[in-house]
Write a protein that binds this ligand. Structure first.
Ligand code: TRP
Length: 457
């Protein structure tokens, strides 16, 4: 007989681990950037609506599938829906591998920036020469080395399992994240640009929101909440039967949204406080996060010597608690499906993903065909291509499968039983119709837009 399935050790185990998964580079790097591009206020409202009508219902749907089946995504679909549905699980595993391959690379940069800031804080700040970041990206051994550090850290935690690995790690990291973020926001709000930043973020002007922004919000809702590939199915399978699925999902959604908004407040304030900053942003948040922010910390912010290294701990921890969830998706599949032991599954999966990561790591200028081929117009290189595939196609498709499965196939009775209700209440009805009609419609609109050539990554 199989050993009893591991469970989170405490009530907050799931919430912290799932919030750790959700809060990541998507919050610190993508959200402020796309909000800026879409001119703030109105986009924020559309994003919040997307989180509420798509994010929360789909998060609940994923957790429900996992807890009902007590299995990770592929076998869970098999058990609840039959062989045919397991394709949604497989797609999720492919998405997880894809995202993990490039996410590790970007996450690795936080290690370099942290080290750099430590040196600057203890000596003195010397602005990097022009082109320094480009040279860093093209430095093959460094890119591979940093990715390796991150891969080993991720594998180490996944190897140790649910309670002693993932839960313990997120229990340490999440409070640290919250403290550092609050400190960052608190300091940013002492800068001159505060009022302008808050008004830009929270005064909606729908005439300034580009049409593309609506669907961009939908796509980002998936990425930021770790939805669409079964990560929450896996984490949900470790939740105790007595926990409220709505309560757990709501906590995660609220924490993730607060992180995104706070990150945007901090970044917008910093950008708007430094006059020449807006021109220097150079159309990329990567640049902003890893080049411009350190410079600003040391030259323009009170307490910058502490804030700068702390900030990169924030980025690194946020990324790590996300990579472990992606790693767990793949690892748990091998455990549940192939019957491998956790150590064996972790090592083989980590090794496999690392091969993909090397390709992504070398695609930023280090190795030629990897860096410049354009499968998708305007997205040269392996890393950008993988990001496009995952964010535009794979997550929305996976999300569509999940909504249709829970909305139309699982059956109301099963869903109600798992949610712990005996007759359909108004919130239940709203939830099920979000899954049946609203979310699929929004996802199909997104997929159609991608098919005709739009890009949301
Ligand atoms: N949510 C994370 C972020 O915002 C990324 C992530 C982790 C993710 N696990 C996922 C995205 C699963 C999609 C699916 O950075």
């Amino acid at each position: 007989m199989a050993a009893a399935r591991a469970h989170w050790g405490s009530r907050f185990g799931f919430v912290l681990a799932a919030a750790g998964s959700a809060v990541g580079l998507g919050n610190l790097w993508k959200f402020p950037y796309i909000t800026w591009e879409n001119n703030g206020g109105a986009f924020v409202i559309v994003y919040l609506v997307a989180i509420l009508v798509l994010g929360l219902p789909i998060m609940m749907a994923e957790i429900l599938i996992g807890r009902r089946a007590q299995l990770s995504a592929v076998p869970a679909f098999e058990k609840l829906g039959g062989k045919g549905w397991s394709i949604v699980g497989w797609l999720g595993v492919a998405s997880g591998t894809t995202i993990l391959s490039y996410y590790m690379v970007i996450a690795g940069w936080s290690v370099r920036s942290f080290y750099q800031c430590l040196v600057w804080s203890f000596t003195s700040y010397t602005p990097p020469a022009e082109g320094d970041f480009g040279a860093f990206l093209a430095n093959a051994p460094l890119q591979i080395g940093l990715t390796a550090i991150f891969s080993v850290a991720t594998a180490f935690i996944v190897y140790r399992g649910i309670g002693g690995g993932i839960e313990k790690a997120t229990k340490i990291m999440m409070p640290v994240l919250i403290i550092i973020l609050l400190y960052l926001v608190g300091t940013a709000l002492t800068l001159d640009g505060r009022d302008e930043a808050l008004s830009m973020l929270f005064t909606p002007h729908f005439d300034q929101l580009p049409a593309k922004g609506y669907l961009e919000a939908v796509g980002h809702a998936f990425f930021t909440l770790s939805l669409g590939l079964g990560a929450m199915i896996v984490y949900g399978s470790y939740i105790g039967k007595k926990e409220s699925i709505f309560g757990a999902a709501a906590w995660v959604v609220v924490l993730d949204t607060l992180f995104a908004l706070f990150a945007a407040i901090a970044m917008f304030t910093i950008i708007l406080s430094v006059p020449e900053m807006q021109d220097r942003m150079s159309g990329s948040t990567m640049g902003m996060l890893f080049i411009t922010l350190p410079d600003l910390f040391y030259t323009n912010m009170p307490g910058g010597r502490i804030l700068a290294p702390a900030f990169f701990i924030l980025v690194g921890f946020a990324a790590l608690s996300s990579t472990i969830s992606l790693g767990e998706v793949i690892t748990s599949l091998m455990i549940d499906k192939k019957g491998w032991s956790r150590p064996k599954a972790t090592i083989i999966c980590a090794g496999g993903v690392f091969v993909g990561s090397i390709l992504a790591a070398l695609s930023l200028g280090a190795v030629e065909p990897l860096s410049s081929f354009e499968l998708i117009e305007g997205k040269p290189g392996v890393l950008a291509t993988l990001d496009h595939m995952a964010a535009n196609w794979m997550l929305p498709l996976g999300g569509l499968g999940i909504t249709i499965f829970v909305g139309w196939f699982l059956g109301r009775k099963n869903a109600m039983e798992e949610l712990g209700i005996t007759k359909p209440s108004l919130p239940f009805t709203i939830w099920i119709w979000c899954l049946r009609i609203v979310a699929p419609a929004a996802i199909i609109a997104l997929l159609v837009a991608v098919a005709i050539g739009k890009d949301f990554s």
